[in-house]
Design a protein around this ligand. Structure first.
Ligand code: GDP
Ligand code: MG
Length: 177
């Protein structure tokens, strides 16, 4: 987890979007600090968190932006998307409406972000599989149709969170190199 003294070769801005309570802040917290909380209030107000990692011998600082509650008011502004080279589009596998809203978020993203932005669709909370409301295949088909990467994660169990970020960051890295 990041060494402040190291030289940074790249800074990649990645934005988290999706309905409220799908787990965006906890996915970020898991990735940036390897922490998880069942009470997310602590993260409200934080604009972004960073973590520096090494990809193909280069140090990459991932600057991950969190909506910090703005999603409730449909008030994610264009400033939020400005300069973003990656996006994580998150829904909750136990809440069908959060998946049904994904096309809206994608539209929003495509309206405001760079057209070459790398996007991953994330179905979070796989630890609650007994309450699954979105079949994996539905999301996989949607992602394929829209040209998105796709993974299911659990911020709680730390399943696939690292993989999700690495997928986006490595793809961005490959585009700029
Ligand atoms: P946000 O509004 O999208 O930022 O969602 P939060 O990160 O604040 O999470 C909303 C709620 O879901 C909180 O109570 C979290 O603890 C919980 N949560 C987040 N990720 C997971 C997960 O992977 N599994 C479970 N069971 N709960 C989660
Ligand atoms: Mg949040």
């Amino acid at each position: 987890y990041g060494d402040a003294s190291q030289k940074i070769d790249y800074v990649f801005k990645v934005v988290l979007i999706g309905d409220s309570a799908v787990g965006k802040s906890q996915i970020l917290s898991r990735f940036a600090r390897n922490e998880f909380s069942l009470d997310s209030k602590a993260t409200i107000g934080v604009e972004f968190q960073t973590r520096t990692l090494v990809i193909q011998h280069k140090s990459v600082k991932a600057q991950i932006w969190d909506t910090a509650g703005q999603e409730r008011y449909r008030a994610v502004t264009s400033a939020y998307y400005r300069g973003a080279v990656g996006a994580m589009l998150v829904y909750d596998i136990t809440k069908r409406p959060t998946f049904d809203h994904i096309p809206r978020w994608l539209e929003e993203l495509r309206a405001h972000a760079d057209k070459n932005i790398v996007i991953i669709l994330i179905g979070n909370k796989t630890d609650l599989g007994d309450h699954r409301a979105v079949p994996t295949e539905d999301a996989k088909d949607f992602a394929q149709k829209e040209g998105l990467f796709f993974l299911e994660t659990s911020a709680l169990e730390a399943t696939n969170v690292e993989e999700a970020f690495l997928t986006v960051l490595t793809e961005i890295f490959n585009i700029v190199n």
